[in-house]
Write a protein that binds this ligand. Sequence first.
Ligand code: ADP
Ligand code: ZN
Length: 736
Amino acid sequence: MDHSARASTSSASSARVVDVLVPVALNQTYSYRVPRGMELKPGDVVCVPLGPREAIAVVWAENPDPDPRLHNRLKDVGEKLDVPPLKKELRALVDWVANYTLSARGMVLRMTLRMGEHLGPERQRMGVRLIGQPPQRMTPARRRLIGILSDGLLHGKSETAREAGVSAGAIDGLVDEGTLTIEPMPRAPAPPAPDPAFAAPDFSRQQRTAVDAMRALAANGSFHVALLDGVTGSGKTEVYFEAIAEIIHHGRQSLILMPEIALTGQFLDRFAQRFGVRPLEWHSELTPRTRARNWAAIAAGEAPVVVGARSALFLPYADLGLIVVDEEHDQAYKQDEGVHYHARDMAVVRAHIAKIPIVLASATPSVETEVNARKGRYQRVVLPSRFGGQHMPHIEAIDLRREGPVRGRFISPPLAEHIRVAIERREQALLFLNRRGYAPLTLCRTCGHRFACTICDAWLVDHRFRQRLVCHHCGFSVPRPHVCPHCAAEESLVAVGPGVERLQEEAAALFPQARTMVLSSDLVTSIETMRSELNEIAEGRVDIIIGTQLVAKGHNFPRLNLVGVVDADLGLGNGDPRAAERTFQLLNQVIGRAGRDQGRGVGYLQTHQPEHPVMKALVACDREAFYASEIEARERAGYPPFGRLASLIISAGDRPTAEGFARKLAAVAPIDERIQVLGPAEAPLAVIKGRYRFRLLVKSLRSVDLSEYLREWLAAGPKTRGNLKLEIDVDPQSFL
Ligand code: ADP
Ligand code: ZN
């Protein structure tokens, strides 16, 4: 590949040269000359000519010894942008993550520059105001504009145009006629800073010990990992807020990472109750303008506390002093497209590079974190009981083999009875089923035809609210037919198995007086609507909540005392090495929603295998037993954290191409007795979006630098061509 950009200009050959990294799918840097008079240092954000266009880039290194033959062909750096330079610690993180995940450095860099097009200092916004007489020629559009501006106040120009449904030019026309005037909008004042002394709570004795540990870790200010290990409802949030208070005192920034869907209004309000103002948010639903503004505030050090989804980890904090990873065990921290990274692990890496403390909070730590705590690599800070003396929920299994519902129903008679009693007591019940839609499969009773996706190896899921059959892997959908497309039988299609929508139908039939609500990610149109629905539940305007894992995370529903897990076995049977861990964490967390405020919480597990270790540990409230058996099993099998794993996923438009490449790749894997290469095997999800998929699983001892091994292997291996694609997933969480 050509490492130099071709020069169009020429001048003195003694100019300085820097290597810049461009936020595109490339690993290497490019050399550019520094124009005379431009001050540049590593980390500076610049514009450079790249092929026919201009690109944003970051100065990565001084190039003291450029190839003299290329020197005269190098292009000049275009312009230095007026934004704070990326600090050394962030550049080191980019290099580290790229190296570890085998991603292009440019793609990792791109995650740090996600400020949208509004780069640089916020553009001056213009406003418009009504000042004079109506224009000579009145049109409906002009009338609408004047109506909106009739209060004589200054309105944002583009907002006004949008509200009136006219172009900006229509406003300019009225300015020319002297009806309107345009003035710069005053800048929004910086929001008030969080106040560490605003409303510190009274802590219980148990909490105080944990609070002291948090304050000490924050005050110490060096790299240190603490596991804040507290049962659901023990006050982990209140406790880690004290570490944040300490960091605010020191004038540094804190980052709270959360699984995206846990980023609720409730959490922001709790923060405001403690610190007087809401924190700055960072997630995928920010508008471009807010995104740009927040990015700038973070880079300028004007955002003391940021709460964000995993992508917030890569932002250019001016002075990051603390990271908190809430619900650290959550699967949502793993990004499975583009750069395959685990935000919790990379947060520890960032803390290490930046030499700052990090708090991992969970009621059910990941096995990796639990092992680190047991080995003393992480400090364990414990909150053993619920705040305010509330008991942990009592958990019972309902054996579906003996007490199951009749065919086509999914709520067993005992569970229905408990729900009836709860509603009578004016308490809420939550039915948990991790399945979106109405039914996971539709078949024809007459000919047996099953509705499958045309381009994926998957059944179509019946979504009754939307009246469509939908593929959960590619989004393909068809209207729900009335006639079998195969045998033309009418009234012959039946739904097989439950989804939350079907459960709602059953709950409504069982309890016609009850108010039911389904919470499922496919029904949530925006974070805002989800926040308002969660509020309705918290205020008690719903009797039976029916939800997917969306409801498992971080919410406080004061009147919720009963949780019924409709299919506790759902996550166990798919051959995934983390299936037991995930099921334990998810069920523990969802049942932990019960009985947080008053009354006793209960959880019912509908299961076909009450003797399964996960069910037994849940029923006995024996977390120790679960971790002991899981850690032992992992150690025996050499799975993480006792060994390392990486997946190679090979896909192509046809099966032989994918399989052939996977075999060739496997055949050239360097021999190393510490490393096993398993496969290729057809992926459990054998076809997605028309692409045939094969997997290789690489397993090594913990002491091996697996990334390095993969790099050497792939460098020597066959190259992907045409529509062959090779994805590398170091530390895979998904095995589908
Ligand atoms: P966790 O995150 O461990 O599940 P939370 O931090 O959500 O627990 O706390 C559970 C509930 O108890 C919340 O409503 C919280 O406001 C309340 N709480 C916890 N500690 C205190 C305290 N010291 N004073 C007042 N309320 C508290
Ligand atoms: Zn599909």
